[in-house]
Design a protein around this ligand. Structure first.
Ligand code: GLC
Length: 605
């Protein structure tokens, strides 16, 4: 496990064997994923695709991180050059006049995505600089009317995508616009010193109504089916976010919407969660999610940035993201000339070769049903488990703890005809592997199992101090209770509204005694006073929620003392006591601290 203080083991407990697990999409757990009603069928392609290409491209690409001898330092976003260097609107507009990407070739870009194994592209139709990268009737400040290029790259990309069977998707910066006096973000040219929640609604509304919304309508009307709309940087109010959701769904009901459409610190709206940039959850989540990631240290092209990730890094990241049930949206920053940097192409070609051999373990799979695996990652599809082995075992033996189903056969994806021998002892499966890795940097071993996937529930042990820490990684959720991402990069359990929405942990006590129980959570003001129940062994508590200042600021609250008198396994369950329409709380952790420790440290009684 990532958390070293938590010693975790997996084993079968009689009567507690849980088929599948609590992670996303395993067995019957799919019904727990939050989607806007009616979109379940539309999200299928996204769930199966796993790998997409993000494209950050605009007039900033021709500046390549430098303007008038000043640079955007490596490590900061080159597409932010206008704001970073406070370039006046008039000068930026002037610079954009010479944008002439004559080397742009839509087919080549889409083919690169396809040969890398990507199933969708998301192109910046308008980034924060306010410049439209398509032919827009709303404002002449667009690539078709403003520049000598006189082409509509989005039209060409949409066509190439439809020919190649790739989903065409658009990024649109809906709140931030440094060109329009009513948009968010430009405080060097305009009297617009707005913040996360402070703005001039009148000015902002003009921007929304005369630019953002009409442009979005154009994008959803003139380019055929759009797979998803990728909004960015959040919105001031939930209502404004919802207006964008309706706008999209009314024109293209099948188009998906990413999680950045609404207010960042309120419950997310949209069809799937976007993690923070380059974000990675430590375990699987019970919701649809995607992580946008850079190939070097910037999204838009910078001539200074040579901190490229290697193809090996990318393949390992892909395996990690997919094994946690997410999608990997990997960025390219084409140059101002329209060409894609050579290094990008070289990296992508290597990734594509690995995908050619191993993509079966990626597309259409669901998350790792086990806890963390020391040697790598795991995905599931039908009756196949894909073991994505990063650390090839020197002793020639790979161990899969917790698999209860019988394994019919095992083979490597790169050598399907040679079966690999398997031994099972209790719930541990041993796989005998040759000395040399089957592939690099990740080899895929397939286990074909009989019948349904059955996995032992995880058991949380006391750590060296006798403490028990319970969090989303080891929770078994039932009903609507789900393990989720929060916009500030954390993870918690939520979506529970009634007594059937339970979360359970199995704990193993080898140093019995009295424990102080505490919960770390956040809760909205309106959730104050909601009742919840905790059952630990034969002990029962009923408590009330105390609201915290924000949805993503977790606080620790004592819940009482429990006596676990004997060694052995106990179940600890928590659920809302009554049915309600809103969530109980965002639960981050439950801690059990031995009272002895509290006494000896002198901060208890
Ligand atoms: C951030 C940056 C933006 C970039 C985006 C990609 O929000 O502001 O420049 O497009 O991340 O995820």
């Amino acid at each position: 496990m990532k958390n070293k203080s938590m010693m975790l083991m997996i084993f079968i407990i009689s009567g507690l064997v849980i088929p599948g697990c609590s992670h996303q999409h395993v067995n019957n757990d799919q019904d727990k994923t939050e989607v806007t009603p009616g979109t379940e069928q539309h999200i299928d392609w996204f769930r199966d695709a796993k790998f997409g290409m993000f494209i950050h491209w605009g007039p900033y690409s021709q500046l390549a991180g430098e303007w008038n001898g000043r640079q955007v330092p490596v490590g900061r976003n080159a597409e932010w050059i206008m704001k970073e260097l406070q370039i006046p609107v008039s000068e930026y507009r002037n610079m954009a006049k010479s944008f002439n990407p004559v080397e742009f070739d839509a087919r080549e870009w889409v083919k690169l995505a396809k040969s890398t194994g990507m199933k969708y592209i998301v192109i910046t139709a308008k980034h924060h600089d306010g410049f439209a990268m398509y032919k827009s009737e709303v404002s002449p400040y667009n690539i078709y009317n403003w520049t000598p290029f006189n082409q509509d790259p989005l039209k060409e990309l949409a066509e190439a995508c439809s020919e190649e069977g790739i989903k065409f998707c658009v990024y649109y910066s809906h709140r931030e616009d440094w060109d329009h006096p009513g948009g968010y973000g430009n405080d060097w040219d305009y009297d617009n010193d707005w913040g996360q929640d402070i703005y001039d609604p009148e000015k902002f509304n003009i921007y929304l109504e005369e630019k953002a919304k009409p442009q979005l309508r154009e994008l959803l009307t003139n380019y055929g089916p759009v797979g998803l709309v990728w909004f960015d940087r959040g919105m001031y109010t939930r209502e404004q976010g919802l207006e964008f959701v309706s706008l999209v769904k009314n024109i293209q009901p099948a188009a998906l919407i990413n999680g950045r459409v609404g207010h960042y610190y309120q419950e997310f709206i949209g069809d799937y969660q976007s993690t923070n940039d380059n974000g990675m959850p430590p375990g699987g989540l019970e919701e649809y999610w995607e992580t946008p990631q850079t190939l070097n240290e910037t999204w838009g092209y910078s001539k200074f940035d040579s901190l490229w990730k290697s193809p090996e890094d990318i393949i390992i990241r892909l395996a990690e993201v997919v094994s946690r049930g997410g999608n990997y949206l990997l960025n390219i920053g084409p140059k101002g000339s329209g060409s894609i940097p050579d290094t990008t192409i070289k990296i992508f070609n290597e990734v594509g070769k690995w995908m050619e051999r191993n993509s079966e373990s990626i597309y259409g799979t669901s998350a790792n049903p086990f806890g963390e695996l020391s040697w790598g990652y795991c995905t599931v599809k039908g009756n196949k488990l894909y073991l994505l082995v990063k650390e090839w075992p020197h002793e020639g033996r790979l161990t899969v703890p917790g698999l209860l189903s019988r394994v019919k056969s095992a083979y490597s994806l790169t050598d399907r005809n040679n079966t690999i021998s398997i031994n099972k002892h209790e719930n541990i499966t041993y796989i005998d592997l040759p000395a040399k890795p089957a592939d690099t940097p990740v080899s895929v071993i397939v286990l074909e199992i009989e019948d349904k996937l059955q996995v032992a529930t995880q058991v949380v042990n006391q750590d060296e101090n006798g403490e028990i820490l319970l969090n989303y990684l080891t929770a078994s959720t039932k009903g609507n209770a789900s393990t989720r991402y929060n916009r500030k990069g954390g993870f918690h359990i939520s979506k529970w509204t009634g007594p059937d929405d339970t979360v359970e942990w199995i704990i193993n006590i080898d140093r019995p005694g009295k424990f102080r129980l505490s919960l770390e959570y956040s809760a909205n003001r309106e959730w104050e006073g909601k009742k919840y129940e905790i059952k630990a062994g034969d002990q029962f508590f009923e408590k009330r929620v105390i609201s915290t200042t924000g949805l993503f600021e977790y606080y620790e609250f004592p819940a009482g003392y429990i006596d676990l008198k004997e060694s052995g396994q106990y179940s600890l369950k928590i659920n809302p006591a009554e049915n309600d329409t809103t969530y109980l709380m965002y639960l981050k952790t439950i801690k059990l601290i031995p009272v002895e420790t509290i006494k000896s440290e002198g901060w208890g009684s």
